[in-house]
Ligand binder design. Sequence first.
Ligand code: SAM
Ligand code: SF4
Length: 498
Amino acid sequence: MGNGFDFSVERLAGLGVPGGKAPASESGRYTGQSDEADLNVGHYKRSPQDGGINVPLQNGIGAGTFYLETFGCQMNEHDSEKVAGVLLARGYKQVERTDEASVILYNTCSIREKAAQKVFSRLGEYRTTRKEGQVIGVLGCVAQQEGEDIFERAPWVRLVCGSASYRKLPELLAQLEAGGKRITGLDLDTDETFETEITRRDNPWRAYLTIIEGCDKACSYCVVPYTRGPERSRASASVLEEVRQLADRGYTEVQLLGQTVNSYADPSARRMRFSELLAAVAEVAGIRRVRFTTSHPRDFGKDIVEAIETVPGICEHVHLPVQCGSTNVLRAMARTYTRDEYLEKIALLHGSKRAISITTDLIVGFPGETERDFRETLSLLDAVQYDGAFSFKYSPRPNTPSLKMDDAIPEEEKSRRLAILMEKQREIQRARNERLIGETVEVLVEGKSKRENQWSGHTSSNKVMNFTSPEQKLLGHYVQVRVTGASPNSLIGEHTKA
Ligand code: SAM
Ligand code: SF4
């Protein structure tokens, strides 16, 4: 993305799919994104309406203040919105600098080793720089995975809390305020979801909403089932009530989140299917767009494609991580589908009446992946023609079954495969985007460039659109844009009144 947009377009452009960074943060950055680019780091900005305990500064630190930084996927970003909401409601005030904060929180990611290392290097900075009285806390996946070992590695950390225990966060902070030296919240056996009415949302138009937490799949390379616990879905009525509130507050786009969002199982007597929930959310007055991520291929069915076809408000985009194109490797990954079964799901999407864009996550260099397996991944890219992909080098993670697998692929070979994969995907995206030149598409305007008449937003298919318009007030509006140019990661266009 070009810099110079004064709204945080970069953040909006990140998917996260929990794939990243979606999602990571999801989006235009899907494109050929690699390991190296995968650390989504977000700082929550203080807004004027944020409350706060009005306590005089001591030692340069405002008592009752917090600094919160987020690593990782869209689910983490959204968890941070909820954590911020809970703390603000308790009277804490959010600050943008660590040296002003009485509580410094890192919401962490441990999906790949590099992500976890980054957290520890950030914590290491406090060995010498922390101020007396500051509470440093680790939240999220690294907290859940490393547990109390964090106190050994970084003895200045006083709070370690996994995502399944965020409900207890105010209580845990109260214990610290009351003089507790070190506190942990690491229970995973909760069957609750982290619902809160006081989420502090960071994006003025798109609201994120977790509808299912945790993961029951057991992919052999993945830490998520260990760090986020079992799947827990939120009751459909509660989801819909929150969507109505969001619409009342002016949100027009809602993104439903879950590690396996389409494995949603309504726990209420209503037993609403995921595809029905999508349609019901889209029907809420005021909601113009509904997105969802991440879908697991095993639970992806025709009913979801039919919902997209029949309900215009459901965006024409599906993030469907495949991970690899070889059935042998998929089996070793315990992904629960074969190459052919995955391609059957893709055929449903390709056969749709709407032009549904498809994005994915890919891992290269899984233990035992042969050159032939890798070539099968490349041929899968040809067959599917993805609009975006997050690609990663396999990273061995603690506690996962694949850690003990033989035939590790050397790092240089992983890098070679990743580069080939990304280059191929880049060219596919370039061609796919170029095919859109001349079409007119609807864009939600999310950013304004410092350059005159330059705007940015997303299409329903989740492509980033940079366009020109002489209008002055477009932020948050839906406009028609004619595509005049294309690159692998974004479209160029001009506002049309048509
Ligand atoms: N639940 C989603 C799914 O199954 O597709 C994705 C969740 S995970 C947070 C996002 C992506 O990280 C995965 O799709 C996978 O590509 C990647 N990933 C997970 N574990 C990994 C590992 N050990 N090494 C490299 N990439 C990994
Ligand atoms: Fe991890 Fe697999 Fe669950 Fe996705 S489905 S979160 S990759 S275990």
